[in-house]
Design a protein around this ligand. Sequence first.
Ligand SMILES: Nc1ncnc2c1ncn2[C@@H]1O[C@H](COP(=O)(O)OP(=O)(O)OP(=O)(O)O)[C@@H](O)[C@H]1O
Ligand SMILES: [Mg+2]
Length: 386
Amino acid sequence: MALLTSLVFTDDAAFRSEAAALLRSGPTPVSVSEERPAGSGHADLMAVDGRHRPDEALATIERLRAASPNASIFMVASEATPDLILKAMRAGANEFLTWPSSGAPFHEAVARAASRRQAASPGGGATTLAFIGSKGGAGTTTLAVNCAVELARMSRRPAVIVDLKPGLGEVTLFLGVRSRYSVLDAIDNLHRLDADFLKELVVKHKSGLDILAGSDQFERPGGGDSGAVEEVLRLLTQQYAHIVIDAGTQLNACTTAALYMADTIYLVPNPDVPSVRNAQRLLDRLGQLGACGERVRILLNRASEPYPIPPDQIEKALGRPIDQMFPSDYRTVSTALNSGVPLSLTTNGELASQFDSFARRTLGLTEEPAQGRRGALGLERLASIW
Ligand SMILES: Nc1ncnc2c1ncn2[C@@H]1O[C@H](COP(=O)(O)OP(=O)(O)OP(=O)(O)O)[C@@H](O)[C@H]1O
Ligand SMILES: [Mg+2]
């Protein structure tokens, strides 16, 4: 599933933010650009406020339809009269929705918009994967970095990892690279952010993965950056096939914006009491946010015998299955970290084979037997990379 970009056409600020919240809260990832002036712009999905002045809304829809033949256009009205529905369809609207809305009709209309977009560009579109830890030190960065490297290597399509951890991010450290710029440079230069500028801001890893480095300021990115973060991620979806986000462990407005845009949210707990307890709380909160509940998957890190809490009990406590388990292997992880070479590229063990399996599943590739694969490919791959 790919992210849908959207715009809300209205001069009513309250309606704009309520409609934006509703669009974002469904199972289909939607970004809502709130920076644009009403009446201009292009997006996959455009919702037009026709509650008070339906004739103006119909004229807007006609204009939008002429400019964007493949966009999904929603007419939002205060009531559904047969005459107005007919006029909206004739003007070029794909959907007619009444306001206020219970939510479900909007979400169903968004799902249809996603199918339309998919049909218009089969195979296209970026996949955004967000990793969030259930507590500090759970291994979120370890999993995000190694999964991203494997995705970049295996897919041979453009991939980027974005370090969104508030405060000091560590993704570049894990990959043994230095970056002159960070995600804050993208956020603070939104007005001139385009494909060329983005290219300047990312640093390249030898595996093919691009990195948008983490913040070097303790307080940022914070709540005030959430709109800009959403815009940066939206731009990245136009340049990359895979976007991996290290969201850290805090659920602030900024990380929430990223989670809303993610196709899949990977929650990373360890098999211990504080971690599982926090994971429960995070799942509750994500459920309240709407979108996220259905897109969350559990990656249990440091999953090795003897378990402080066995996996089946963790599944019971969380009320959902564990998607994948990554064993505890401190020596391998710390060697990779100290050398700055991702462990998915260097080692031959169980942990590396889990990253391989993660990438294969994400890319929809068939699994290969783990035995021998990494030994044979590892050196060859390393030689071609370094
Ligand atoms: N599967 C594992 N086995 C053993 N050690 C691990 C494993 N995963 C991560 N670690 C170690 O745990 C520590 C924390 O890992 P990492 O920095 O990835 O966690 P984090 O959740 O991103 O932390 P933070 O909250 O600081 O961002 C590191 O020292 C790392 O080497
Ligand atoms: Mg981290």
